[in-house]
Design a protein around this ligand. Structure first.
Ligand code: ZN
Ligand code: ZN
Length: 273
């Protein structure tokens, strides 16, 4: 058997995953924490910035997770070559409606899987060995998106093998899920709240998670477990009781800062005649 194909596949996947991580997390980090830090600081959820060793730890563990994800992808690749998965590459095998359904179903199933797996990882007998590393970031940056212990990385990615054996999925459906998942993961760890005031109480918008939601999970730990949607946390009563208030406080602070800037601008204009 020619093993070189597996080695190439592993490093190609690792390269692609690393690129995705660097583009999403790196770009947002540079914008919010470096280039536009002064403009965006009013949206910062916790009014302090993490130090460099904290960020380096997030990056180190994220790359370790990416190496685990690449290994799982290699195992799936092998099963696919043997014809065991339900992945299909010919668009004609299923309708467009099914393609859309499969993306939505993937996201909804993953959201449910994540919520319950996350609660399991907070079980005190499991937490120290699996999930503690992720919670070392009490004031996370986008680099924390994949900062997991390898065991947690395995648990996080396990939804992919489960689904590819159960439902027909086109690689593009998986790719769309990957993009949404990465975007939301990075947003959850961004550290800045960008959604508008009223988002957490809007009839529809309240069902979608915010950056503040996951930031509070990192700061306060035993609350706000959800990933994409605020469904399970609402239904099972695990949202922090001050979630909506905290969100509005961040928005209020931003508004105050804007007003102050406006006043300074007007005063300077008057002074300059
Ligand atoms: Zn957690
Ligand atoms: Zn997190």
């Amino acid at each position: 058997m020619d093993y070189s194909v597996f080695v190439v596949k592993y490093f190609r996947t690792f390269g692609m995953l690393s690129l995705r991580y660097l583009v999403f997390a790196g770009f947002l980090y540079m914008v919010f924490y470096v280039w536009k830090r002064r403009d965006f600081v009013k949206y910062k959820i916790q009014q302090k910035f993490p130090d460099n060793p904290h960020i380096l730890r997030e990056i180190k563990y994220s790359f370790l997770s990416l190496s685990v994800f690449s290994f799982v992808s290699l195992v799936l690749f092998t099963f696919r070559r043997m014809g065991y998965t339900k992945v299909y590459t010919d668009f004609n095998d299923h309708s467009v409606a099914y393609f859309i359904f499969s993306v939505v179903a993937f996201i909804l199933i993953h959201d449910t899987y994540f919520y319950f797996a996350h609660r399991f990882m907070h079980w005190r007998k499991i937490y120290p060995y699996v999930h503690r590393i992720h919670h070392m970031s009490t004031n996370p940056t986008p680099w924390a998106a994949f900062a997991f212990h390898p065991l947690e990385a395995l648990m996080e990615v396990a939804i992919v093998p489960i689904l590819v054996f159960l439902m027909p999925l086109h690689p593009y459906a998986i790719l769309l899920w990957v993009l949404y998942q990465t975007g939301m993961n990075v947003l959850g760890h961004l550290g800045f709240e960008l959604f508008k005031s009223g988002f957490t109480t809007g009839t529809i918008s309240k069902w979608h998670n915010t950056s503040t939601h996951h930031n509070m999970h990192h700061k306060l730990v035993n609350c706000n477990y959800g990933l994409y949607f605020n469904f399970w946390d609402r239904v099972l009563g695990t949202n922090h009781k001050d979630y909506e208030r905290e969100f509005e406080q961040v928005k209020h602070r931003a508004k105050q800062a804007e007003k102050e800037l406006e006043t300074i601008g007007q005063t300077t204009e008057l002074a300059n005649g």
